[in-house]
Design a protein around this ligand. Structure first.
Ligand code: ATP
Length: 441
């Protein structure tokens, strides 16, 4: 048996559409560039990833969660540096008017869109924040931004959370939420979009101890990706060198994944010093210092280790990693299968009566109803059994249960393993235990 990995992102895009994971936004109107809608299976997969992140981050004594609003006081973004500094230098092709990030194209070469000899405008800065109006008056005082990151919602709530939850350093605040960036060159499916979701955690520590915690969080975050089923050889560290560090960071590293379009950042782990809290003190004129009762009532601004992962980039990695084509080119034996870890698989089990006949379908439905109370499950009677297996393979369902004529006599069913395609006969009263043991959720 031969097995090939995902080679072309387009294959994944079409599987995601065909099987109800991800659709282009507003497709019937021709679509909206780089915006995507998650379908029924996509949303289950996404929910599994978010739940796994949330549980890994908050089922600990030293991390609590929040959910801050997307619209924030405009001063927040002045304090954070986004109003002045969140810019990418851009050029326009003078021929076809396409816009590019100046640092991402060869300005001496022909335009990659129209192919004409590249004459570009001078690079100009372009702020990546989306602006909108709040309230009925369209003047600049009512101008607000869609948040370009969730982190600032955590920083401005640092003292609220610390005091109400009576937290002592070190402790963290976790959040999952949408962020918006008017990216100049979005693309590669859901890798770079203008609306995306972040899963961020800010861990507040005593100044001087940040490197110790940075190391701890690096290990935790790396292992979390492995536990989602990603293959270790497709992950790598990409530390930021001294010249690449953001102005606020004293250390930073990314976890990159080998996507079909190449290596790309999936998660950033940053030591952000006390930059953000200091800025918010300055701009809000509020005292945000922590009172350290265990260190002679000293007052200081904590340092921060941030872990920031894009939910959509993580999901793209999980999908890309799971995607395999077996026996490519062999008409009889070729199959596409998403080899998800059962932990993230959107559907855990499918119940397939061999035939549509009521005699088989009714007891099979009964089994499905029982299982579906415990797991996201599917019941499918349409088409040949072979086609139904192929569909479940393509959506990554770990187990298919077939109810056949023998089942009526021996009160047992056939359970097929997605990856090995090996089938086992299991007595009906043992099915739940069998799944529990195999799925290991
Ligand atoms: P890049 O260099 O790829 O633009 P970044 O360094 O600006 O990313 P961060 O600001 O560190 O990204 O954001 C943290 C995480 O949010 C990233 O690791 C990524 O997973 C996710 N993310 C950032 N921008 C986007 C986007 N436009 N679309 C999808 N996910 C994104």
């Amino acid at each position: 048996m031969s097995e090939t990995n995902l080679k072309d992102m387009q294959d994944l895009v079409s599987l995601c559409k065909r099987r109800g994971f991800i659709f282009q936004s507003s497709e019937i109107y021709g679509g909206l560039s780089s915006c995507w809608d998650y379908g029924p299976l996509g949303i289950e997969l996404r929910k599994n990833i978010k739940d796994r992140w949330w549980n890994a981050m908050t089922l600990r004594e030293d991390v609590v969660g929040i959910d801050a609003s997307i619209l924030m006081h405009p001063e927040v973004w002045k304090a954070s540096g986004h109003v002045d500094g969140f810019n990418d230098p851009m050029v326009d092709c003078k021929e076809c008017k396409s816009r590019f990030r100046a640092d991402k194209i060869d300005l001496a070469a022909n335009c990659p869109v129209c192919g004409k000899s590249g004459t570009y405008t001078e690079p100009k800065d372009f702020n990546l924040m989306f602006k909108t109006q709040m309230g009925p008056v369209e003047d600049s005082s009512a101008q607000v931004y869609l948040r370009p990151e969730t982190a600032q919602g955590i920083f401005v709530n640092f003292l609220n959370v610390q005091s109400t939850m009576r937290k002592k350093l070190p402790f963290g605040i976790a959040q999952i939420g949408k962020a918006f960036r008017n990216e100049i060159t979005p693309g590669n499916f859901i890798f770079r979009t203008r609306e995306f979701e972040q899963m961020e955690m800010q861990f507040f520590v005593k100044p001087g101890s940040q490197m110790e915690f940075m190391e701890q969080w690096k290990e935790i975050r790396w292992n979390w990706h492995l536990e989602n089923g990603l293959r270790p050889e497709r992950l790598r560290w990409e530390p930021h060198g001294p010249g690449e560090l953001a102005h606020y960071a004293d250390a930073a590293t990314d976890i990159e994944y080998q996507y079909a379009h190449g290596w790309g950042e999936m998660e950033g782990i940053h030591s952000r010093t006390d930059f953000d809290l200091k800025q918010h003190e300055l701009f809000s004129k509020k005292n945000l210092k922590y009172l350290d009762a265990e260190d002679g009532n000293k007052k200081y601004l904590p340092f921060v280790i941030e872990t920031s992962v894009g939910c959509d980039r993580c999901l793209l990695a999980v999908l890309s990693d799971a995607y395999r084509v077996e026996n490519e080119g062999d008409k009889e034996k070729e199959r596409t299968v998403l080899k998800f870890s059962p932990k993230v698989a959107p559907i855990k089990v499918a119940v397939l009566p061999l035939l549509k006949k009521e005699k088989l379908a009714a007891p099979a439905k009964e089994l499905f109803n029982k299982l579906n109370k415990k797991y996201p499950a599917e019941f499918d009677v349409t088409g040949t059994i072979g086609k139904r297996y192929r569909r479940q393979d393509e959506i990554g369902t770990p187990f298919c249960i077939t109810f056949d004529f023998d089942s009526l006599e021996d009160h047992a069913v056939t359970i097929r393993d997605r990856d090995t395609m090996v089938q086992e006969r299991v007595s009906l009263d043992k099915v739940e235990q069998y799944l529990q043991d195999k799925l290991q959720l």
